[in-house]
Design a binder for this molecule. Structure first.
Ligand code: ATP
Length: 270
């Protein structure tokens, strides 16, 4: 079926380069496919490969400037998933290695907006990510942030195996009764905002997973990151409303972030 749709790529046209990362199921390589720089995620296990292959069918239908673009797959020793190369790596490392001296608040709001727009698109397609976190956001050569790993999360054991859920990013109702929705993605987006404005810190620093689970359920929330623009922290708190219905959708969040962005630029002109 895939070969007819053009998503099945030709292994002889692929040149693998350096190892650029480790995924849960295999390594990620830089590469070249017919003159285009690509990233290649390898999945060696055949059973996992089969499951991933089904999910990539979903990915072929999702295209947006803020989603890492799937170029196709190669069936060879398991599965090779070929995507656009995001030369600046994942957002956590990007922010940690550069820090406050290099990246300003406007750039942080830009990243937040990028991710928000990608998620707004997924929301419009009624698609739930389930594993939104700064480690799953990648940065392109021209510093555009894009959501990655969408579509793969249903196969990902972290999301399907309750014991492996990313506790610090997962909404309370999703932890409690596996109730995943766009609004549980919004909760994760709030944690992602905290990661962005703290320049890639681990959320709930020094707290154990058990502690996070219990305290968040009881109403505890993280404080604002140091030097966070004043209008941004209230957005995090909206994302962390206990009641999913009270959390804003991604369109509303985008509007609010755009307002923050214009506030910043008018301050700069003063
Ligand atoms: P985890 O489940 O722990 O998030 P994973 O199995 O989903 O891992 P990825 O996050 O997709 O694996 O990839 C691991 C790392 O490889 C990323 O953090 C990133 O640094 C790098 N990487 C993945 N895809 C790309 C890409 N398209 N361009 C550049 N680097 C990439």
């Amino acid at each position: 079926e895939l070969s007819k749709t053009g998503w099945l790529l030709d292994i002889t046209k692929l040149t693998l380069g350096e190892n650029i990362g480790e995924g849960e199921f295999g390594a990620v390589y830089e590469g070249d496919y017919m003159g285009q720089r690509v990233a290649v995620k390898t999945i060696k296990c055949d059973v996992t490969a089969q499951a991933f292959l089904q999910e990539t069918t979903v990915m072929t239908k999702l295209q947006h400037k803020n989603l890492v673009r799937l170029l196709g797959v190669i069936l060879h020793k398991g599965l090779h998933i070929v995507t656009e190369l995001m030369t600046k790596g994942n957002l956590v490392n990007f922010l940690r290695t550069r820090g406050r001296t290099v990246v300003n608040s406007a750039q942080l709001i830009r990243f937040s907006l990028d991710v928000c727009e990608g998620m707004e698109y997924l929301e419009s397609k009624k698609f739930i990510h389930r594993d939104l976190a700064a480690r799953n956001v990648l940065v392109s050569d021209d510093s555009v942030a894009k959501v990655s790993d969408f579509g793969l999360t249903k196969v990902d054991s972290k999301a399907s195996d309750k014991a492996k859920l990313p506790i610090k990013w997962t909404a309370p109702e999703a932890l409690r009764k596996e109730k995943f929705s766009t609004k549980s993605d919004v909760w994760s987006y709030g944690i992602l905002l905290w990661e962005i404005f703290s320049y890639g810190r681990q959320p709930y620093p020094k707290m154990s997973l058990k502690e996070v689970k219990d305290k968040v359920e009881a109403g505890y929330r993280m404080e604002a990151p140091e030097d966070c623009p004043p209008g941004v922290y209230p957005l995090m708190r909206l994302c962390w409303e206990q009641e999913p219905r009270r959390r804003p959708g991604f369109s509303k969040l985008r509007e609010k972030l755009e307002r923050e962005m214009s506030k910043l630029s008018s301050e700069c002109r003063e």
